[in-house]
Write a protein that binds this ligand. Structure first.
Ligand code: FUB
Length: 457
């Protein structure tokens, strides 16, 4: 029985909650507007009200009445409603828009479960953490009120899900919701993105998801491919910055995880699957790189495979560590690890090769800073030596694009067309734990240097 129905038929201190049976309803995710059933022409807005919106309304009013409907922050069978980087949530039983604080309480306050509304095709939204309360309007303000079995309450708490008021004027983040540290690859002509699931205080998420696309625009959500809790015995938190590599039809998924039992030191692990969308299982049953084994935090791994088939593992915060991977892809000789720190290096190493030149790219500054940015160096081997060439991706303040970093690069198969996936503070209102994933073109100059990347909205 789903959580909502269970609550509706459950007992409270021996008394049956007086709510008629509610049928769970579904809402298509993506950009939508929500129109009041009994005040047609009034729509749910970012101000926590129902306000009139017409074709003659300002662009801002239309934007305020357009939500991105997402799987619920607290439960994927319910929904969250986002405008830019902020979420509709209840607070003191009123509805308002807030930045995701990343706490379990916030995620619950910003999750609503849909049930059938008062008229065919309409929906009503019950609070995830107060299942006997629904969003309703009173005096055009939105409240979270205890359900009343009256025609008036049912109408006040029912909404039609309509086409979005705000036309899509820009590409927006490529993944709906909060995702950071995107690792992009192409396997067999299909693009895949492996991000950190963001929006948790201290980046404490535990689940990794995968997305795929043929056109870099429309992405399919393949759901959770690895969950640290049940899937990895040595890590319980900090599911950060994954990457993937393929060898002989097997897919190797490298990830960071925080130790169990309150010790938050990060370690690197590797999981394996027969498909790029998992399910992945921990390949070693222990970390591939232990916390403290090398300098800095053991995070932000990636694998580069050279033309001769040799794969190299790179990782590290504070310093970049590099080593040849054994052909099993899950082991290496610790004595062979080479460590360096290019000027400005903080974390997120990424290596690619083009026309015989090796490129080491990385992120500078702290991911919580709007100055988080990407720089690169070139060299003549997978271990360098590296010559810094400069910063290639940084904030574009005039466009409200901040904190651009932790990137990865992919080439369109068979071409010299390159794309960069990276995260930025969610637009608008994001910050270092509310980041979103986007993609732009990356161009090489004729001398092999990388042209500064223009981050676009
Ligand atoms: O997402 C958690 C951490 O933030 C990553 O490991 C870093 O690269 C930074 O983006």
């Amino acid at each position: 029985m789903n959580r909502l129905v269970a609550a509706l038929v459950g007992l409270t201190l021996g008394a049956v909650i007086v709510v008629p049976s509610a049928h769970a309803a579904t809402i298509a995710t993506g950009a939508r507007s929500l129109e009041s059933v009994n005040f047609p022409g009034r729509f749910v807005t970012a101000a926590g009200r129902i306000d009139p919106v017409t074709s003659g309304s300002t662009a801002a009013a239309k934007r305020d009445a357009t939500f991105t409907v997402l799987p619920g922050l607290a439960s994927p069978s319910c929904y969250s409603f986002q405008v830019g980087g902020m979420f509709l949530r209840h607070y003191d039983f009123r509805l308002r828009l807030d930045v995701n604080a990343g706490t379990p309480a916030f995620r619950q306050d910003a999750t609503f479960c849909a049930v059938d509304g008062s008229v065919a095709g309409s929906i009503s939204l019950a609070a995830y953490n107060y299942p006997d309360h629904r969003i309703r309007h009173r005096d055009y303000q939105l409240w979270l009120d205890p359900y009343q079995d009256t025609a008036g309450f049912r109408a006040d708490s029912s909404f039609r899900v309509t086409a979005p008021w705000a036309p899509k004027t820009n590409k927006g983040p490529v993944l709906p919701g909060l995702y950071a540290d995107p690792h992009i690859v192409n396997f067999g002509g299909r693009y895949y993105l492996y991000p950190t699931t963001d929006g948790f205080a201290s980046w404490s998420g535990t689940q990794f998801k995968a997305f795929s696309s043929t056109d870099l625009v429309n992405w399919t959500d393949h759901g959770v491919i690895l969950d640290l809790g049940p899937g990895v015995s040595w890590a319980d938190n900090s599911a950060w910055a994954p990457s993937i590599a393929e060898r002989n039809g097997k897919y190797y998924f490298y990830f960071s995880g925080g130790m169990a039992s309150g010790d938050t030191a990060k370690q690197l692990g590797v999981a394996v699957a027969d498909s790029p969308t998992g399910p992945f299982r921990d390949a070693l049953g222990r970390p591939l790189v232990r916390g403290g084994q090398f300098s800095g935090q053991a995070i932000d791994s990636m694998v580069f495979t050279d033309d001769d088939g040799q794969s190299y593992l790179y990782w590290g915060q504070g310093s970049v560590h590099a080593v040849r991977l054994n052909s099993d892809m899950i082991s290496f000789d610790p004595a062979q690890v080479r460590s360096s720190k290019p000027s400005g290096y903080n974390e997120a190493p990424f290596v690619l090769k083009r026309n015989g030149t090796y490129y080491l790219m990385w992120s500078e500054n702290d991911t919580r800073s709007e100055d988080y940015q990407v720089a690169y160096a070139t060299g003549n081997s997978p271990f360098g030596p590296w010559t810094k060439r400069g910063v290639v991706l940084q904030k574009r303040t005039g466009q409200g694009i901040l904190g651009t970093g932790h990137h990865s690069v992919v080439r369109e198969p068979g071409t010299d067309t390159w794309y960069v996936a990276y995260h930025r503070f969610a637009v608008p209102g994001g910050n270092g734990i509310n980041r979103e994933t986007t993609i732009d073109r990356l161009h090489f100059n004729s001398d092999g240097t990388i042209r500064p990347i223009t981050p676009t909205l």
